[in-house]
Design a protein around this ligand. Structure first.
Ligand code: HEC
Length: 96
């Protein structure tokens, strides 16, 4: 009987760890800003690609300024959120 309880507890905790892990990886997916918000246009055909952007704007500040001042008109919806743009800059590997 003791064994059965033990076994149940072990399984239960394994289940909890699993749930925590799955929740965590979904959160990671959600923080992928570039693929969700920029990649569809910035594919190198419709607009300048991620690699070209990284070459052209090497710091978070230069990049943020470019998005706010030069980004296409279709990007207006993104331009009121400087924090978001900074997060994207860090996500694609630009330096502070
Ligand atoms: C609806 C399409 C679209 C989306 C979505 C979009 N862009 Fe753009 N972006 C453009 C276009 C079009 C231009 C202007 C290209 C040009 O003038 O040559 C541009 C220009 C830029 C520029 C300036 C490039 C340069 O050469 O000066 C940057 C930086 C930029 N976008 C970053 C972003 C970031 C970061 C995101 C996501 C948060 C994003 N864009 C989302 C279409 C888009």
């Amino acid at each position: 009987m003791k064994n059965a309880i033990c076994c149940f507890l072990v399984l239960f905790f394994a289940f909890l760890v699993n749930v925590a892990f799955i929740t965590e990886s979904n959160a990671l997916e959600r923080t992928k800003l570039w693929p969700n918000m920029c990649a569809s246009c910035h594919d190198g055909t419709t607009a300048i690609s991620k690699d070209a952007i990284r070459e052209k704007f090497q710091t978070v500040d230069a990049f943020t300024k470019a998005v706010l001042k030069k980004g296409g008109r279709c990007m207006n919806i993104l331009k009121n959120d400087e924090d978001l743009i900074r997060k994207v800059a860090i996500e694609i590997g630009l330096k502070e």
